[in-house]
Design a protein around this ligand. Structure first.
Ligand code: GLA
Ligand code: ZN
Length: 668
């Protein structure tokens, strides 16, 4: 079954209304809701007095309309009676300021008392709902991730370090604490990297970030164990925040979950411009799918403008539907709109639900209902289908954490660099998966490794094996600079992969923020000049062939990019940061080298993705533009939504979607 529904807060509305909600939901084709993740106060209004009757009744109303339930554990928003017990329950931010009550996520994830009350509520919930046939799964907390700098966390950090390094000698050695005489002689002397430290010891800065990420994994695991104990047949998930969120190691932290779910918002108050970049959402999806190498759910799919203090730009007619199908095209097996009905009170009064404040169906409801109708026709075909990718982009949270400690250049952002490289493939309609530096590489043909700043021996070895056996790898500047402890390597860059690149970097030039440079490419399929900025690596080939030169400044004519044959594969090193046109070209060249063709040639702004079930494929054509576009199909297809056969040149309306099933007589 394809799961389709909304995040529902029955506790916000009079009970008499629930039946109408369930009716409207069922009418829109909903078969699932997520509930209770912010309802701690309603479930335990007074300490130790649990009340699940109201939730039983809500579940009953919904399940009579055929709607299943995912329950959230409510620990993201603790009630005041709990938080007023002790000051230490509150998180301390990087400025050393203790949070106060009044928002959510204000708790310190290491506070023992918080764990005690977590245990109580989760236990009671799990025990109460374990046999309710309408409940199918659990979401642990919501959007984990704020770092805490309190004294409890600080002591825990010291213990974590002790486990990692065993002795202080080892820690001092690995962090190089002799620099500025930071040599620790007691574990208790080690600080947490408060913002006031500005440029902290890089080893300390990286380890603290790893520790906080592990902290949330432990806290999540604590809850998962309780749920699994009572409800072994229910799935367990957490609601994540896509590619952009950079405070947790999402690979480690999703290892304990059954399925990844995340929040997909494109129009929010924080960006009031009209243009929406569909590549960003696509990158989010491909990252979330890459976490467990399997399909995911969108637990919060945008259902209207997303605003708190501002009313966000209104999604245009068709956008909600388009973004829903984009999620599905990238591997979503469940779509849950946030939220069912816009709240009349609280911080999120302007975060629009499927229904407006007044609760009567309007344009957004009708658009969602249209999707529901369509999914009732095609949901079975989508179910069980997978996204196939032959290109992977490798990212590392250790590298992200290390760049948080030292961004390296004011105009360099690792995340933006990955997005830019991703866009190169996106605009060529070549599907990509975002993988971690520890993932196995078999099955991919191209692995792009942007700025792998912290490069471990294990990753370097895996990449070498991949290349030796025929893979194509591409590296970019700031690769191989540091080891696992955030210490700079004492070999020439790109460090541990210099060998497979067949190069040495003599100098890495950090460019002025108001200066550009240029490279000249000399490949048969790419004979062009491109502007560059931020970094310029001056390369000496050691066996590699030069494919581009810098054309300006004191390093004019020095090699800027190379290609090296290595075993059965090839390694490309790009020693510059290029523009979008450059990224699109390089993605085309590298895919071509691997024999990977675009899924379809389309005008810019029209995205194509595919999902496979066995040897059958579904093609999703998404027009992200506000004008009709023409595309040329490469065969005969069945248009599943309109139920007709199409081929040749067809037009696709603004913000519209085509879902095409390949007809058997197509010649691939
Ligand atoms: C997040 C949260 C939701 C809600 C929305 C809108 O994604 O998970 O609870 O707050 O944002 O702000
Ligand atoms: Zn803390």
């Amino acid at each position: 079954m394809f799961y389709f529904g909304a995040d529902y807060y029955p506790e916000h509305w009079p009970e008499e209304r629930w039946i109408e909600d369930a009716r409207l939901m069922a009418n829109a084709g909903f078969n699932v809701v997520r509930m209770a993740e912010f309802a701690w106060a309603k479930m335990e209004m007074i300490e130790g007095k649990f009340d699940f009757d109201w939730l039983d009744r809500a579940i009953e109303v919904l399940s009579s309309s055929g709607i299943k339930v995912i329950l959230g554990t409510p620990t993201a928003s603790p009630p005041p009676w709990l938080m007023s017990k002790q000051q230490d329950l509150f998180l301390v931010d990087s400025d050393g300021v203790r949070q106060t009550y009044g928002l959510r996520r204000e708790y310190c994830p290491n506070n023992p008392l918080y764990w005690i009350f977590t245990e109580k509520i989760v236990n009671r919930m799990a025990e109460h709902f374990k046999d309710n046939p309408a409940v199918i799964g659990w979401q642990i907390d919501n959007e984990f991730g704020d770092r805490c700098f309190c004294s409890i966390c600080s002591t825990k950090f010291q213990k974590w370090l002790q486990k990692r390094y065993q002795t202080l000698e080892e820690l001092n050695e690995k962090w190089g604490t002799i620099f500025w005489s930071h040599v620790y002689t007691e574990w208790s002397q080690i600080p947490v990297p408060l913002a006031i430290l500005r440029s902290q010891n890089p080893g300390l800065g990286l380890d603290y970030r790893r520790f906080m990420s592990d902290t949330y994994r432990d806290y999540q695991k604590f809850q998962i164990d309780i749920i699994r104990h009572y409800c072994p047949s229910h799935f367990v998930t957490h609601n994540l925040m896509g590619f952009g969120y950079n405070q947790l190691n999402y690979y480690d932290n999703t290892a304990d979950l059954d399925v990844v779910t995340w929040d997909n918002y494109l129009r929010m108050q924080w960006d009031m411009r009209s243009y929406i970049d569909p590549a960003k959402a696509a990158l989010n999806h491909d990252t979330m799918r890459g976490l467990k190498k399997k399909n995911f759910w969108v637990m919060e799919q945008q259902s209207g403008g997303g605003g708190w203090e501002y009313v966000a730009v209104t999604p245009k007619p068709g956008e909600l539907r388009l973004w829903t199908y984009q999620s599905i095209a990238h591997g979503a097996d469940g779509i849950v709109y946030f939220r069912w009905r816009t709240s009349r009170t609280g911080t999120e009064q302007y975060w629009q639900g499927v229904l407006e404040h007044h609760g009567n169906p309007g344009r957004r409801y009708l658009e969602v209902l249209q999707v529901g109708k369509e999914l009732s026709k095609i949901g079975d075909l989508i179910e069980g289908s997978q996204v196939h990718t032959r290109v992977a982009i490798m990212q590392s949270y250790d590298t992200r954490f290390a760049f948080q400690v030292q961004p390296n250049h004011p105009n360099f952002s690792y995340e933006k660099h990955i997005l830019d490289i991703y866009k190169g493939f996106f605009h060529n309609n070549i599907p990509v998966e975002i993988i971690s530096e520890k993932d196995p590489l078999e099955g991919y043909q191209v692995v792009v490794v942007p700025a792998m700043y912290i490069l471990t021996e294990e990753t370097a070895r895996n990449l070498e094996i991949f290349v030796q056996s025929g893979g194509i790898v591409m590296f970019t500047p700031r690769t191989g600079v540091k080891d696992e402890t955030n210490t700079v390597v004492n070999i020439k860059l790109p460090g541990l992969v210099a060998n497979i690149c067949g190069i040495e970097i003599n100098e890495y030039v950090s460019m002025a923020v108001d200066e550009d440079n240029q490279v000249k490419f000399g490949l048969p399929e790419l004979e062009e000049d491109f502007p560059t900025s931020v970094w310029a690596d001056l390369i000496t080939p050691k066996g590699a062939e030069v494919i581009a030169f810098h054309t300006m400044d004191f390093y004019t004519n020095q090699p800027a990019a190379t290609i090296n044959r290595c075993g059965k594969g090839k390694v490309i090193y790009i020693g510059v940061i290029g523009d979008n046109a450059f990224n699109v070209s390089i993605a085309r060249v590298i895919s071509n080298m691997a024999g990977i063709k675009p899924l379809m040639k389309t005008p810019p702004g029209v995205e194509v993705m595919e999902r496979w079930k066995g040897n059958k494929r579904l093609l999703f054509v998404l027009n992200h533009l506000s004008e009709t576009q023409e595309i040329t199909l490469d065969g005969k297809y069945l248009d599943l939504i309109n139920e007709n056969q199409i081929s040749g040149i067809i037009s696709i309306a603004p913000l519209n979607v085509l879902i095409l099933k390949e007809l058997i007589n197509k010649n691939i």
